[in-house]
Design a protein around this ligand. Structure first.
Ligand SMILES: [Zn+2]
Ligand SMILES: [Zn+2]
Length: 151
C-alpha cells in the first residue's frame, strides 16, 4: 500500500476529499500486518480521533479497495478483512482467535490439471492454511486444530 502522503495525493487527484480523519485511517493501515476488520480500524483511529465515525472508516476502506490500494480479503474469520499488502501472498489463519498472518511462499506445484478447469481462466492462486497460532496452542495444548468456530 502507498504511504499516507502518496494516498493523499491520489485521493485529491480523484477529486476525493482528504480530511484529517482519512489521513489517520491511511496511517493506521500503512504497514499494518494484522489484516484488520473495519471495526478494528475504527477502534485504532477513534482512540486518536474520537470524532471519527464508523461510516467514514467504511467509506474510506471501500474507496481504497476500489482504487486497488487495499485488498479486501475474506478468510472465514467472520468479518471481511483489509490487507494493505498488495504483493501476491498466502495466509495462515488461526481457528482459535482468528488472527491472520501473511505467508510469502512460492507454491510452484499448485496447478489445475489441464482440461479440468471448468472454463475458468485462472488469474491467481491463494492458499489458506488453517490451524492454531502460538498463543492459542499455548492456551489449549490438547485441542486439535479442528476447534469448532461458530459464526
Ligand atoms: Zn490464535
Ligand atoms: Zn495478507
Amino acid at each position: 500500500m502507498k504511504s499516507p502522503a502518496e494516498l493523499t495525493v491520489l485521493f485529491r487527484a480523484q477529486g476525493l476529499k482528504v480530511t484529517p480523519q482519512r489521513q489517520a485511517i491511511f496511517s493506521a493501515l500503512h504497514g499494518n500486518e494484522e489484516h484488520p476488520t473495519a471495526d478494528a480500524v475504527y477502534e485504532t483511529v477513534s482512540a486518536l480521533m474520537p470524532t471519527i465515525s464508523l461510516r467514514t472508516v467504511y467509506q474510506t476502506l471501500n474507496d481504497l479497495a476500489s482504487m486497488g490500494e487495499l485488498a479486501h480479503v475474506r478468510l472465514g474469520t467472520g468479518s471481511a478483512r483489509f490487507d494493505p499488502n498488495l504483493d501476491p501472498h498466502h495466509h495462515l489463519v488461526c481457528d482459535g482467535c482468528g488472527s491472520v498472518v501473511d505467508l510469502a511462499a512460492d507454491f510452484t506445484d499448485v496447478r489445475v490439471p489441464d482440461g479440468d478447469i471448468h472454463g475458468f481462466a485462472v488469474r491467481s492462486t491463494e492458499i489458506v492454511f488453517r490451524g492454531l497460532c502460538p498463543a492459542c496452542r499455548e492456551s489449549a495444548p490438547d485441542t486439535p486444530s479442528t476447534t469448532a468456530i461458530h459464526h
